[in-house]
Design a protein around this ligand. Sequence first.
Ligand SMILES: *[C@@H]1O[C@H](CO)[C@@H](O)[C@H](O)[C@H]1NC(C)=O
Ligand SMILES: *[C@@H]1O[C@H](CO)[C@@H](O)[C@H](O)[C@H]1NC(C)=O
Length: 315
Amino acid sequence: MDLIVSYTSLYISLVVLFAFCRGISAASFTIINRCEYTVWPGILSNAGSAVLDSTGFELQQGRSRSFQAPPNWSGRFWGRTGCTFDTNTGQGSCVTGDCGSNQVECNGAGATPPATLAEFTIGSGAALDFYDVSLVDGYNVPMIVDTSGGSGTCLSTGCVTDLNRQCPNELRFGDGAACKSACEAFGSPEYCCSGAYSSPATCKPSIYSEMFKAACPRSYSYAYDDATSTFTCTGADYTITFCPSGTSQKSARDASPTTSTTNSSGTESQDVVPNEDNSPSWLPNFFSGDSSKTLSPSASVIASLASFLYLFLLH
Ligand SMILES: *[C@@H]1O[C@H](CO)[C@@H](O)[C@H](O)[C@H]1NC(C)=O
Ligand SMILES: *[C@@H]1O[C@H](CO)[C@@H](O)[C@H](O)[C@H]1NC(C)=O
């Protein structure tokens, strides 16, 4: 009896601790770099949202790093390219996506256009998450957002095409390192959806936004492109892949998570990430380890108490 009681308390403590630890996090974000070059991701939390474990860091080719976000988190991710940071002072800047912080961390500063943006609004509990990949501020790196373990539509979105190669001369930036939006390049109200054009009824796609849309059908090509560019999912984890090339825009629920090791400041894989296309599509979602997401702390407390009572009544 004593033995059973102490085992039961241990069990309850572990379950409660586990649920508590998972309960704080609403979603995880894994950023993968499949580019043949180093990318320096930037992360900007929206006003009122918690700052994640990093606001900017270096991600070498083939590496990944994960972050946990609390319920109701909203913010954006982007890639910086062509960065040089002094090894002694840590000071430096990037050719594209620079956040102006003069260091690898962005510390609350956003991307200087042009930059491809992955934008998220994470729900709380059963509420929907909203996500999109935006070219409204231009384009610098191919980027795709995949979901895993969520319920709902949960489609992948992003831009696999290398738009830098298709960029019209008048939008070219940094010797072809990025491609400006028409708003950024010309600053006129009809391209920026401002002034007399500040409503969905008056701001229409332009030849430029249509060119972006043709290359990246699921991305935001101008400010009022909502209908075909905003996606929803509930309770998912997200993978943001730079240069996903070869990856078709399929539903990402088949994607396997990367192998990674735990680290106090998030997780970072030690090796080249596996190609997600190796994972068979019939792999059940619980393989990605997200089942605990739906377990709220109170539900697990009740479950523990129930199992405790059950064991107690048995003896
Ligand atoms: C998240 O936002 C909703 C709606 O604003 C609110 O009801 C809920 O309490 C928030 N949850 C957390 C954990 O902040
Ligand atoms: C954890 O990851 C960070 C960022 O990559 C790294 O600087 C740090 O050394 C790592 N810590 C451990 C204990 O591995």
